[in-house]
Design a protein around this ligand. Structure first.
Ligand SMILES: Nc1nc2c(ncn2[C@@H]2O[C@H](COP(=O)(O)OP(=O)(O)OP(=O)(O)O)[C@@H](O)[C@H]2O)c(=O)[nH]1
Ligand SMILES: [Mg+2]
Length: 457
């Protein structure tokens, strides 16, 4: 029998390298059962090849002399009810890299080979267990940096972008059916352009909504950038240290202590935050110091949330006033105003806006309130994300392409409609959608819609 590359039995460690009690190895492919059988000993003279599917067994991985390599659990799963659709064995062994390598080596001696990156998932797609979008969702799931991203990749894994693609494809097939029907009813006075236009228009609206959320989605994928901005000596670095809970940034009473911004990553409430301490806005008009101001604006621009820090024990200087004002104007929605040094006596200042929170970084007072305000901002940032799924760059590019095609179709529909050409373009748009999901729209599905249409007629 000639075996395709995608039938070959492959093995890989599924759990990450590193400390932990146990590790998981997966073997999948046409010889998964016999290979595992050759490298194992089970109690009561059981053999892997004779065991019922979806059962778990205790035993040993053994070397060529039947000497024990490790005591393990074997999870036996026969295809097609497995992730890749192929016979699969999962081995839970002790998490020691020498043991793991020995087991892999043994499997290779018995006829397996090391899996490539993403090879199990690729097989799942090839065997139609999942589509391309779901495969990508698995990748997103593994790398999700925020709870929101996680939720969306999960829903994608369950097929929501695929469903959306399928819905649009169905609509387009309906439009195609109408366009094709025009040939049959050529002598009758029926206008097909209007209903087709309606369908395309609806689809275009959906695409616009989805496109809008793409940028926000990039944010939730990468985590949230929270940047501390404010004048020199307001206590940004002190606040940075207080929020992360360690003395990372240098704090002194010399204005201009922080020269280059520093970043710290932290998990809070299921989200990944990148907290950034920046060099302070300068207080004079010197050219070099103008650079500092420019940099602060750039940092604020890049941030998802800005903690704008004020020193409550001092008034804003004449030079600081317009800078703070401009920051507040330009980045209104992402700013949280923080008045620091609440342990000192507060000096009133009519140029200071209403403060969202008063803290003392030095005395570690009320820092948890900042955490809460950040969380609220994050929630409001993500509230507007309407689409129930995440897009990656590939999806986004394909959606742009689809939008362009649909716009072309709309133009065609406004003039004297040439239905043959229209059908050609609709077919093309449907093909683009298949590219998105990796699935071809079946002829059967197409027939069904046609039949539906005829009955209605
Ligand atoms: N009393 C009091 N002093 C504070 C507080 N926070 C910071 N300071 C002091 O203010 C001075 C400046 O603090 P930094 O954290 O270095 O201020 P910064 O904004 O990072 O300053 P630059 O890096 O120069 O822009 C230091 O002497 C701190 O000890 C506070 O809450 N209360
Ligand atoms: Mg500093």
């Amino acid at each position: 029998m000639i075996r395709s590359h995608d039938d070959a039995t492959i093995i890989a460690q599924c759990t990450p390298r590193g400390s932990g009690a146990i590790a998981l190895l997966r073997i999948a492919g046409v010889d998964a059962l016999s290979i595992t059988n050759a490298m194992s000993t089970l109690g009561k003279h059981k053999k892997i090849t004779d065991l019922p599917t979806h059962t778990i067994h205790y035993g040993w991985v053994t070397d060529q002399n039947k000497k024990h390599i490790d005591q393990v659990m074997f999870l036996v799963m026969h295809g097609p009810k497995t992730f890749t659709g192929q016979d699969t064995i999962e081995i839970t062994c002790h998490n020691n890299q020498f043991i793991i390598e020995k087991i892999i080596e043994r499997a290779i001696t018995c006829g397996a080979r090391l899996a490539d990156n993403g090879e199990f998932t690729k097989r799942a797609v090839l065997n139609k267990k999942i589509d391309l979008i779901q495969a990508e969702a698995i990748n997103e799931l593994i790398h999700a940096q925020t709870q929101h991203a996680l939720k969306k990749s999960l829903s994608q894994l369950e097929g929501s972008l695929s469903e959306w693609t399928y819905k649009i494809a169905n609509n387009l097939v309906k439009a195609l059916a109408l366009s094709e029907a025009n040939f049959e009813f050529i002598d009758e006075e029926i206008s097909f352009a209007q209903p087709i236009k309606k369908i395309i228009d609806q689809n275009l609206n959906t695409i616009v909504t989805i496109k809008k959320t793409f940028n926000q989605q990039q944010q939730i994928r990468q985590g949230i950038r929270i940047t501390l901005v404010g004048s020199v000596n307001t206590g940004k670095s002190s606040l940075f240290n207080a929020i992360i809970g360690t003395q990372r940034a240098i704090v002194t009473n010399i204005a201009g202590t922080t020269r280059d911004s520093i970043e710290a990553g932290l998990y809070r409430n299921g989200n990944y935050w990148t907290l950034i301490d920046t060099a302070g806005l300068r207080q004079t008009n010197d050219v070099i110091e103008q650079q500092g101001i420019k940099r602060s604006f750039e940092q604020a621009q890049r941030a998802d949330i800005v903690l704008l820090v004020f020193d409550g024990s001092q008034k804003l200087s004449d030079i600081e006033q317009p800078i703070y004002k401009k920051l507040l104007r330009n980045f209104k929605n992402k700013i949280i105003t923080v008045q620091n040094k609440s342990d000192l006596s507060i000096v009133g200042d009519m140029h200071r806006p209403t403060m969202d929170v008063l803290v003392s970084s030095k005395k570690n007072k009320n820092i948890e309130h900042i955490d809460q305000l950040i969380q609220q901002k994050i929630d409001s940032l993500f509230k507007h994300i309407e689409s129930p799924f995440l897009l990656n760059q590939r999806h986004y590019n394909l959606i742009l392409k689809l939008e362009k095609s649909l716009q072309q179709i709309m133009t065609m529909l406004s003039a004297n409609v040439q239905y043959e050409l229209l059908s050609y373009h609709l077919n093309d748009a449907i093909a683009q959608l298949s590219e998105l999901s990796g699935k071809t729209i079946s002829e059967q599905g197409m027939d069904m819609v046609f039949r539906e249409f005829c009955v209605g007629k």
